[in-house]
Design a protein around this ligand. Structure first.
Ligand code: PMP
Length: 350
């Protein structure tokens, strides 16, 4: 896709938007007297507005991800980037989006909020990528295609070559959500970003990095798309505490935690099929397992009574009688296995 084609996908009002600007952008000296933003002059530690461009944090993320800062958008969780993509590319009541199903629920919620029709396309056999059906679901008003790899809640990652072929053929913006890529041997497609001007990759610090409470998500894309997201976002979308605390946390690598979670995922997927109630443990490239059981509602209630909260996905398309179980600490995973054992024995309320 050519840059002119991307520009044609942008909502006319967003193309013409004059974004909010702050006077502080006009000053880059070290010790100014800041009387431009009606802040309190008294230093509580938090009396100044944060950097709306998150320059320091972005430089760190750029080094971590091996991408130029112009290719990076930081959002209040990836959920902010999902919403902004609708606001930038989809005219409410007119344009539509396409997504694999089942997948992460916020794509459809954000579509509804923005009055954009979402066309859900079921995954193929063994949760495979339904490339032809996704393309068949598009028409001249399709602007966004949502893919999630590894996918939530199925756990599988798609072949990068199949994704690449789809990006080349799709006549709009492909949003590839890689929230769980750190747990997958397939890794990320971000090194190939320059090949695809119509690709937006989403990642988050909420999963492998263990920083869900700080709300920091990332979008990687061509600088033209990143500039559009930055124009539409709230000026101070990442608060000062999040900027500082994420910056500190990035100094501590999480490879050890990720390796333990992946090993525990293997341990749980080997142990669970031994239980009579377990019909199938789906292969997972993520930090959770999708487990099909005899009666998901009953097992869910049992686990809950044991103080173990999992996600009951039985009413989600293609996931009848499935529970989605996040991989916890080794001791927590032991508790899960114990609770399954008690369930088998009929020892339901202990
Ligand atoms: N993408 C996927 C696929 C997810 O499963 C989730 C959370 N469950 C998110 C994004 C949300 O990420 P964030 O915390 O960055 O908003």
């Amino acid at each position: 896709m050519k840059p002119a084609d991307i520009e044609a996908l942008v909502r006319p009002n967003i193309r013409a938007l004059c974004p909010y600007s702050t006077a502080r952008d006009e000053y880059s000296g070290p010790l100014g007297i800041f009387l431009d933003a009606n802040e309190s002059p008294y230093p509580t530690g938090w009396n100044r507005y944060p950097d709306p461009h998150q320059k320091a944090l972005k430089a760190q993320v750029a080094a971590l991800k091996g991408l130029p800062a112009e290719c990076i958008f930081l959002g209040n969780g990836s959920d902010e980037a999902i919403d902004l993509l609708f606001r930038v590319f989809c005219t409410p009541g007119q344009d539509n989006a396409v997504a694999i199903s089942p997948s992460y629920g916020m794509y459809a919620v954000a579509a509804d909020i923005n009055d954009v029709q979402m066309r859900s396309v079921p995954l193929g056999p063994d949760f495979s990528l339904p490339a032809e059906a996704l393309l068949d679901a598009c028409d001249g008003r399709t602007r966004l295609l949502f893919l999630c790899s590894p996918n939530n809640p199925t756990g599988n990652a798609f072949d990068p070559e199949e994704i690449a072929a789809l990006i080349r053929r799709f006549p709009g913006i492909v949003v590839l959500d890689e929230a769980y890529a750190d747990f997958s041997a397939r890794g990320s497609m971000r090194a190939r970003l320059a090949e695809f001007p119509n690709l937006v990759i989403l990642q988050t610090f909420s999963k492998a990095w263990g920083l869900a409470a700080l709300r920091l998500g990332m979008a990687f894309a061509d600088p033209y798309i990143i500039a559009l997201l930055s124009r539409v976002k709230y000026p101070y979308n990442i608060n000062q505490a999040a900027q500082e605390l994420v910056s500190q946390a990035l100094a501590e690598p999480v490879d050890g935690h990720v390796a333990t979670i992946v090993a525990e995922r293997g341990r749980l997927s080997a142990a669970l099929p031994a239980f009579g109630c377990v019909r199938r443990v789906y292969p997972s490239d993520a930090n959770f397992l999708l487990v099909q059981v005899d009666d998901a509602d009953r097992l869910y209630a049992h686990l809950l009574a044991d103080g173990i909260i999992v996600r009951n996905r039985t009413r989600v398309p293609l996931c009848a009688d499935c529970l989605r179980i996040t991989v916890g600490l080794p001791s927590e995973n032991d508790q899960v296995l114990k609770s399954f054992e008690a369930y088998e024995k009929g020892d339901i309320h202990r």
